[in-house]
Design a protein. Structure first.
Length: 286
């Protein structure tokens, strides 16, 4: 596969598309705001003004957009990807989206003779830039094996989870774990500061012990520098938590930790912080 389409040039998508270019793939791109793609175009990416036209010319299409509604519109609307892609091609949605929607797109893809994988990622802007993302894949294993070499450009921890929707369910597990952890690491630093400790020295002591986590090592240092730029937007994290809560409700499962985290982040959003990074949770306490 040499002709790859990439739709959605955001905080993570931009670096992912650049990594594909760096590995010699021909990358066709589309995003709603063309200016976001300027550096990719300068690096050799081929710009398309219309996502449907892009879909007509690629062997593999990757989408990395904001919300399930965006995914549904791109794939299932009139002149959507499942109508415009050629038979025998592959679509990979790497957006964090609804497991039920992933299953629906997979089924519609089968009818259109287009193979579909759901493959959400974790690792934020750092993982996207370094090509070290964790990628969670649902769909048919033979299709996964067919495009594995592309995943290996984008990530390091690449795991086929099972049937369609399994990738999205796994991402929900990931987000549930992060949600409560973000409360924990933020409260820890708030406590350290109130106790008169040097937070940076505290991090040296606890980051490599039992309290260690990706969020503690990668996001709290940003907090200490007053850097609240988004490696992952609060607004997108709220979206993810709500998907997880909806899925939990279908399973009659109570997740009080996740419910609390969603309420706390929604409070930040209500105060105009939706476009800051998830590390801005510390502002809840301030």
């Amino acid at each position: 596969m040499k002709e790859i389409g990439f739709v959605g040039i955001g905080v993570m998508g931009k670096s992912m598309a650049q990594n594909l270019l760096n590995h010699g793939y021909t990358v066709h791109i589309y995003t709603r705001t063309k200016k976001k793609a300027d550096s990719l175009i300068q690096s050799g990416a081929i710009w398309h003004d219309n996502p449907a036209k892009l879909a007509e010319v690629v062997e593999l299409l990757i989408t990395m957009v904001g919300y399930p509604t965006d995914v549904e519109e791109l794939y299932l609307s009139e002149d959507g990807f499942l109508e415009t892609m050629r038979k025998g091609t592959v679509a990979v949605d790497m957006t964090t989206s609804s497991p039920e929607l992933a299953k629906a797109i997979y089924s519609e893809g089968k009818a259109a003779e287009i193979d579909v994988l759901d493959a959400p990622v974790s690792g934020g802007d750092i993982g996207a830039k370094n090509g070290t993302l964790s990628i969670m894949i649902g769909g048919d294993r033979k299709v996964f094996e067919h495009v594995r070499e592309v995943f290996e450009v984008l990530g390091e921890n690449i795991v086929f989870q099972g049937e369609a929707g399994s990738g999205q369910h796994t991402k929900m597990v990931n987000q549930i774990a992060i949600a409560s952890n973000m409360i924990g690491v933020t409260e820890a630093i708030v406590y350290a500061e109130k106790a008169g400790l040097d937070p940076e020295k505290v991090l040296q002591s606890i980051s490599s012990g039992a309290a260690g986590s990706w969020s503690l090592s990668n996001l709290i240092p940003r907090v200490l520098k007053d850097d609240f730029s988004p490696g992952f937007f609060i607004k997108h994290f709220i979206k993810d938590m709500r998907i997880a809560l909806d899925e939990a409700a279908k399973m009659k499962l109570e997740l009080p930790g996740l419910e609390l985290a969603e309420k706390m982040y929604q409070t930040l959003a209500d105060h105009g912080l939706s476009d800051e990074g998830t590390q801005a949770l510390i502002k809840y306490y301030q």
